[in-house]
Design a protein. Sequence first.
Lengths: 375, 600
Amino acid sequence: MTMDFLFSHLQKVSRLNWGIFFILLLVAAVGWGLLISAAGGDFHHWAFKQVVRFIVGITIMFFLALIDLRWWLHFSYVFYGIALFLLGGVEFLGFIGKGGQRWIDLYIIQLQPSELMKIALVMALARYFHSQSSPIPFYKLLFPLFLIIAPVLLVLRQPDLGTAMILMMGGGSLFFLAGVSLWYFGAALLVGGACSPILWNFLHDYQKKRILTFFDPTQDLLKTGYHITQSKIALGSGGFWGKGYMQGTQAYLNFLPEKQTDFIFTLLCEEWGFVGGFFLLSLYVLLIVMGFRITLTTQNDFGRFVAAGMTMTFFLYAFINVAMVMGLVPVVGVPLPLVSYGGTAMLTILMGFGFLLSVGLHRNIKIPQLSIGVF
Amino acid sequence: MIDKKDTQFLRRALFLGIIQIGLVIILLGRMYYLQIFEGSYYRLLAEGNRIATRPLVPLRGQIYDRNKIPLAQNETSFRAILLTDKKDEVEETLNTLSDLISLPREEKEETIRMARKKKGLDSLIIKDNLTWEEVSAIELHASELPGVSIEVGSRRKYPLKLEGAHLLGYVSSPSEKEQEEDPMLTISGLKVGKGGVEKFYDRQLRGIPGHSAFEVNATRKIVRELHQTPSVPGEDIHLTIDARLQDYAQDVLSNYESASAVVIDIQTGGILALVSVPAFDPNLFPQGISHKDWGQLRDNPYVPMTNKAISGLYPPGSTIKLLVALAALQSGVINEDTPVHCPGYMYIGNHKFHCYRKEGHGTVNVSRAISESCDVFFYEVAKKVGIETLSKVFTDFGIGLGGLEGFPHLKKGLVPTKTWKKEKKKTNWTVSDTILTSIGQGYMLATPLELAVATARLVAGGKRLLPRLEGQESSSFPGMGYNEAYLKLITEAMDETVNKPTGTAFRNRIQVAGKEMGGKTGTSQVRRISMQEREAGLTKTFHLPWKYREHGLFVGFAPVHAPRYVIAVVVEHAGGPALAIQAARDILLQAQLLEKDAAS
């Protein structure tokens, strides 16, 4: 029995998508190199912790990957429930930091429930749509809409525009894949557009400022516009080949804000130029392509929804962050996946890849639609 | 069912994939645009972020006298400088600073104004000449004063103080107009010469600024210096001035309200002393003069800011008779014995011209006319010589030419001619004009420097001597074609003026054997003595209010038998020449004593 169990798991390990692991390792390594540079050549300042986090994260990833997908199907609402509870918890337990109550201090690791929620939402929606047949009537969309709106409202309260965007766009793309009529999307856009002046009033002043600054960064060069202007200077001054490793003047002289977290892509582009930026984006594209391959080759609905959702979430992370530092979207506080300094984003993303790998391992199993409606 | 759902999923997944590819292409395009299309622009911005340059103010050249005594030096000073490109923070920083050190409001506003004018990151001097207490206060509160640092600099010091004021001028921050003309002067902390030698030799003294480029971080702290182009110090200037004589002359003249003197060495043309009284302390200026001090200087009735030795214009009075005599001799109108009878007056038409001696001189020749200053002799002679010849001789001897071309505030005297009068006064020249000119009154004006130069040219044997302030070597000056016998006759008459009991300066002669002086006295009227006053017995002006009294003049040389030093002294409103003669006597004697010191 135990031998069988061990054997089946060893067999699973051999069937794992090692290509994904290899690229994840490469991306993380790029991040370590940048963190060493950001710390002025000091490995222990940031990079060491990030290596430890990666090792912990990758272990968790493999652990999640080996667990049977059907188990995850049953566990997904619980997972979502826990994430939603924690997200509500930061309202009461969280502490103020970085302009938002985004953290729960678990003593060992500072946890961002909003990060967990990005995965939990994908799981919950995948489970829900797994049980639905196309076309889905409108009343059956109310529950998954609630699944999205509840955490979105909570993260907006924190306030965390970036997570809200990822949750809405990630969730929305699952709606789209589930075959929800395009008319609904059109209607949602109309309603959203009509409501935006009202929503504007709910935004914090600094968020309004960020959005206004996005449209005209020169208006407020020394305060809100400072980040994006300096970021563009750093990025642009990198040129084609870059200034060379550890030679980034903008970062080294502290002109670059948050150079180890949200703006680390700028550091890469300053020191490694267009070549460096292109290299990292290519790695991201490779991961997304691999995610897509799993999505398209998976036989069961739950699996492909999970794969598509995780891939989409990962894409959104990368896209929003890179677009943000290049001044294409407002500064919303989304880290560069696997590269930015920070524990929970790393953990979330590797967990996401854990689920993706699990889907990949179990792509051929058939999972029947659950007879019980919602739960 | 399942198949239909599958195709829809596939289609939509593909659609999402295409959107993602599109978005990635947008990112790459943006990256290409920023890094390659606009890369050089952003590189420039990054450099601007990173590199701040600070001009290095060159050390100003020092000024020495002929014996290498320093007249203008540089002294170490500490100053607070501000390095920032955040203009809106300047005022706040200065407010914090003014709690720590005394910072007058005008200075604060000036710094803010300068900060607004400068582009990018540049350094500004907030306050110069900090005391030790202020330096330590700033260092202690460095964290509250972003961009403020202490710099070691130099400040100008004038050891001679009052004695050097007019001669040396002073240095001060350049005016806005000067900065527009020469952008180099916009460098914070660079001082330029204002007046005197400091301005005359400003180009040489100033030096060439260097600059230091250094890397700064986002909080404007200097990380390291990248490169430095050192400044080139200004050249030192060695003047012909003898500081001890300058000092002494200033002391002598300080006994009077308002006076000036010039001493020239006829061997070189070098100016040994150039003094104007009252003076001011040039040390007040390099650090910025206070409003109170400036007000006092400006409102003083004796105009301490004016260097009267070069810009005071006076009717030369009887001192001009030397040149009138030379003109008459040279043109053959008289010879050394030609007699003229002086009854104490002369009529031209029905206008009566008085001699300075009311009872007349009797019959005089040219020597006596000079030594006893007979006006009637010169009236008669001038009438025959004519104004054209007179003005040519005056001009030959440097009257109306200034003397030190380009020296700040230098004025030129006036030698009237027929055409000049026609142009300026719109009337014809009359004999009366010639007669007034022959005794240095009327339209004629000269500066003390011009009088000294004219005398030097006479005493030096009719050579075209040029006055100068720099250089020690003796010069041979070209002759001007005047008969040396006549020149000798005139210098002998000057000897008699001082050393013959009948001479006008006899009472104030130098009584040290071998060091005697020769000279000519002069009195120049500030206003005409009216007929009524003359009838009331008033021919002298001692008891008139100060500003109506006559100026006292004296030009002289020493030693009388081997002339070397020439002097011109003007004592304003002295009521007569006595004070000027006394001053000249003391200064000429001192010049000879100092020479002996130097020799031994």
